[in-house]
Design a protein around this ligand. Structure first.
Ligand code: AMP
Ligand code: TRP
Length: 345
C-alpha cells in the first residue's frame, strides 16, 4: 500500500481528537494540545472532542456532557482559537458514524486483531469488551478521512492507528477504483512531548487510566499538588548525568529531564548542562515543579473560568459542528456515490 501523499501544499488539513473520558494530564498537554495550538497558524485545523470514542468504555451519562465541555475548555485554555480552528463534539456530526460503517466494511479483521491498544484496553477478558472498542480505530480513520485530513498531531501511542488509517484509505481507493480519493494521512508525532511517562514508573506511559493519581500531573492540579507529585516522583540514586547518553537505561531520569526540556523549550543537553552532577532533589526537582506550575496554572485557571459558563461552550461547539458538517457533507456524499448507494447518485 504505497501511494504517494496526494495532497499538494494548499489543501493541507489537520484533524485531531481527544476523548472526554477523564481529566487531562501533562502527556495530553505536551503530546497533543501544544501541537494543536502551533498548527492552527499554519493550516486549516479541526479539533474534535471524540465522545463516540469515549463510550467504547462505560461513561456515566450524568457526567459525559460536562467531560466533553471540559476537553473543549482545555483546548481553548491551552490556546486553541475557535475563530481559527474548528472545535466540535464528534456526536454532533453524524457523518462520522456513517463513514465509519463504510470503513468497517473496508477494514479487515486481521488488521484490527493486530491493534495493541485494543489488547491493552480489553485486558484479560476480551470477550467482555464492547464491539465498539474493537472497531474504535475504524471510527478514528473515519474522523480523519471525513475531512480528507492530511496531518494528524498525536502522541506516539496513536502511531498504529494512523497506519491503519492509511491502510483503509489505500484499500478504499483501490477497491473502488478511486485513485487518490482519500489522502494517505501523515501522523505528526515528533516533538519532545510525544511520549511522557508515568511519574511512578519510567517504563509506563502517563495515562488517565493509571489507578495512581501520583503517576500523573493533571491539568487541573494546583501548585501544591504539582510540587508534591514532583517531589515524590521516582528517580534513581545517581546524580544527573553530564550527557544525554548518560540518560540511557535510566527511564525515570530521562522522562523528568525530557519534561523539563519540553516545557522550557530547551534540549535535554541544555538542561543537563545546568544540572549535571547534582542530585534530583537538590535544585532540579524544585525547578521542574516551578516550571510546571508556571505553564499549567494559567491553563487550569482559564479552564475553570470557561467551565463556569457551560452554555457558552455549548454555543461555540455548536458553531464548530456546523462548520465541520459543511466540510464533511460533500465528502461523504461523494463517498456514497463511489460506493454505489442510490442516495449518493
Ligand atoms: P487520549 O487521552 O487517549 O484521548 O489521548 C489524547 C491525546 O494525547 C492523543 O494524541 C494521545 O496520543 C496523547 N497522549 C496521551 N497520553 C500521552 C502521553 N503519556 N505522552 C504523550 N502523549 C500522550
Ligand atoms: N484515539 C485517540 C486517542 O485515544 C483519539 C482520537 C479519536 C483521535 N479520533 C481521532 C486522534 C482522530 C486523532 C485523530 O488519543
Amino acid at each position: 500500500m504505497t501511494e504517494p501523499l496526494i495532497a499538494p501544499v494548499g489543501t493541507r488539513r489537520v484533524f485531531s481528537g481527544v476523548q472526554p473520558s477523564g481529566a487531562l494530564h501533562l502527556g495530553n498537554y505536551l503530546g497533543a494540545l501544544v501541537k494543536f495550538v502551533a498548527l492552527q497558524h499554519e493550516m486549516e485545523c479541526l479539533y474534535c472532542v471524540v465522545d463516540l470514542h469515549a463510550i467504547t468504555a462505560w461513561q456515566d451519562p450524568k457526567t459525559l456532557a460536562s467531560q466533553t465541555r471540559e476537553i473543549a475548555a482545555a483546548y481553548f485554555a491551552a490556546g486553541v482559537d475557535p475563530a481559527k480552528a474548528i472545535v466540535f463534539a464528534q456526536s454532533a456530526v453524524p457523518e462520522h458514524a456513517e463513514l465509519a460503517w463504510i470503513f468497517n466494511c473496508v477494514a479487515r479483521l486481521g488488521w484490527l486483531d493486530r491493534m495493541t491498544q485494543f489488547k491493552e484496553k480489553s485486558g484479560k477478558h476480551k470477550e467482555r469488551a464492547s464491539v465498539g472498542l474493537y472497531t474504535y480505530p475504524v471510527l478514528q480513520a473515519a474522523d480523519i478521512l471525513l475531512y480528507k485530513a492530511t496531518h494528524v498531531p498525536v502522541g506516539e501511542d496513536q502511531k498504529q492507528h494512523l497506519e491503519l488509517t492509511r491502510d483503509i484509505a489505500a484499500k478504499f481507493n483501490h477497491d473502488f477504483d478511486a485513485p487518490g480519493f482519500f489522502p494517505l494521512t501523515e501522523a505528526l508525532i515528533e516533538g519532545p512531548g510525544a511520549r511522557i511517562m508515568s511519574l511512578r514508573d519510567g517504563t509506563a506511559k502517563m495515562s488517565k487510566s493509571d489507578p495512581s493519581d501520583q503517576s500523573r500531573i493533571n491539568l487541573t492540579d494546583d501548585a501544591d499538588t504539582i510540587a508534591g507529585k514532583v517531589k515524590r516522583a521516582k528517580t534513581d540514586p545517581l546524580p544527573l548525568p553530564e550527557t544525554v547518553e548518560g540518560l540511557k537505561d535510566r527511564p525515570e531520569a530521562d522522562n523528568l529531564v525530557g519534561v523539563y526540556a519540553a516545557l522550557s523549550g530547551q534540549t535535554k543537553a541544555q538542561v543537563l548542562a545546568q544540572y549535571a552532577g547534582q542530585g534530583f532533589g537538590q535544585s532540579f526537582k524544585p525547578a521542574l515543579a516551578d516550571i510546571l506550575v508556571e505553564r499549567l496554572s494559567p491553563v487550569s485557571a482559564e479552564m475553570r473560568r470557561l467551565m463556569a459558563d457551560p452554555a457558552e461552550i455549548d454555543r461555540t461547539l455548536a458553531a464548530g459542528a456546523a462548520r465541520a458538517r459543511a466540510l464533511a457533507a460533500p465528502i461523504l456524499a461523494q463517498t456514497k456515490r463511489i460506493v454505489g448507494f442510490t442516495a449518493g447518485q
